[in-house]
Design a protein around this ligand. Structure first.
Ligand code: KG4
Ligand code: ZN
Length: 340
């Protein structure tokens, strides 16, 4: 089975070819530099960039996989959630492509696809579900922070999500206050590594609440007050590193506690993590330490943490294998599509 998948839900234009569970190509064109000037993603600009980049990216994915359109068995694209104007570009292009080729079309839920990314490993990357067991999956990025109970490949239930800002959004907004370039997550991660132990502590939002929800907007406000009271920090590199470590430690601690507590409550011993923030070294170290305590913790590889079409193609192929009905060719995008 050969599938072309497109992903344009936010600021990455991506196309991938998946054949029999193997990612034959996964081309990603990131718009991060374009949006950096504005300190965040500008939807209208994102849409224009997708429009400009989509066909070259799709052609490159087909060429790299050595596949021609006639070889395709199906076409898939992200249907939601995401920025409406951005989603439209990839979704409508994929539908037109499927229509022209007389092939089935699959509209994919972006969050559901993230659940599959920790299972894509190796070279060439392959979907490998051999070690699959029921687990709790943390999806953590600039746009989402959610915990999902994954009972089987096709059965999952959202346990909780952020009530306001996503964890990545918190990294990015605090980074802006610190004068760091957008997106600030990777730079805060880097600076935090040079901290000494005198780093500031912040309240850990919802850490003791008996639910699986998150909230990070109050943390951003705590840092704002801290900076108001200690403005000299911005001119002292060591203090800046310490502040980054304090922020990172707070976010990691909340994510770690709530994820493992949810798994414990459900009697599960497996946890997976994906999304851009899953690239964070502090988060990885903390979560992976649980492997020594009898847990199975799996992270998506960095290239499959951030938005990519490979995970869209892998999920579309699983849907085909499990006999899911293709979408109507005039189906619409679902920008607010909530995972069941
Ligand atoms: O999944 P992703 O590429 O896209 C969207 O959410 O749209 O995630 C991007 C987010 C940004 O907020 C970025 O700051 C964060 O992931 N991020 C990180 C790291 N690398 C990326 N946050 C903390 N530490 C990192 N190493
Ligand atoms: Zn995503």
């Amino acid at each position: 089975m050969t599938i072309l998948a497109l992903e344009t839900s936010c600021d990455e234009t991506s196309a991938a070819v998946v054949r029999d569970g193997i990612v034959r190509s996964n081309v990603v064109s990131s718009q991060v530099r374009l949006h950096a000037e504005y300190g965040g993603v500008v939807p209208e600009l994102a849409a224009r960039e997708h429009l400009k980049n989509l066909l070259p990216v799709a052609r490159a994915a087909l060429a790299e996989a050595n596949v021609s359109p006639a070889d395709l068995d199906a076409v898939a694209a992200t249907q939601g959630p995401g920025l409406p104007t951005a989603l439209l570009i990839g979704f409508k292009a994929a539908q037109s492509f499927a229509f022209a080729l007389r092939k089935p079309f699959f509209g994919i839920n972006h969050h559901e696809a993230h659940l599959f990314s920790p299972w894509i490993t190796g070279d060439p990357p392959k979907a490998d579900f051999k070690g699959f067991q029921p687990h709790v999956s943390l999806i953590v990025s600039g746009g989402h922070t959610m915990l999902v109970h994954v009972e089987s490949e096709t059965k999952h239930r959202v346990l909780g999500s952020t009530l306001d800002d996503a964890a990545g959004e918190c990294f990015d907004k605090v980074g802006k206050m610190l004068g760091l370039p957008y997106p600030a997550g990777p730079e805060i991660d880097r600076l935090a590594r040079s901290a000494n132990h005198a780093y500031p502590r912040f309240p850990k939002p919802l850490i003791h609440e008996k639910n699986d929800d998150f909230s990070f907007s109050g943390l951003k406000t705590s840092v704002r007050y801290f900076l108001r009271d200690h403005p000299e920090i911005l001119d002292d590199r060591q203090e800046l590193c310490n502040l980054c470590a304090g922020l990172q430690e707070t976010i990691v601690d909340v994510l770690n506690s709530k994820t493992f507590r949810a798994a414990d409550r459900l009697g599960l011993r497996c946890v997976t993590v994906s999304g851009g923030v899953a690239c964070n070294s502090g988060l990885r170290d903390r979560f992976l330490a649980a492997n020594k305590l009898g847990w199975t913790v799996r992270f998506a590889e960095n290239r499959f943490c951030t938005d990519n079409a490979a995970m869209i193609g892998i999920l579309a192929e699983r849907k085909l294998i499990h006999g899911a009905a293709p979408a109507a060719v005039d189906d619409e995008i679902k920008p607010g599509w909530v995972l069941a």
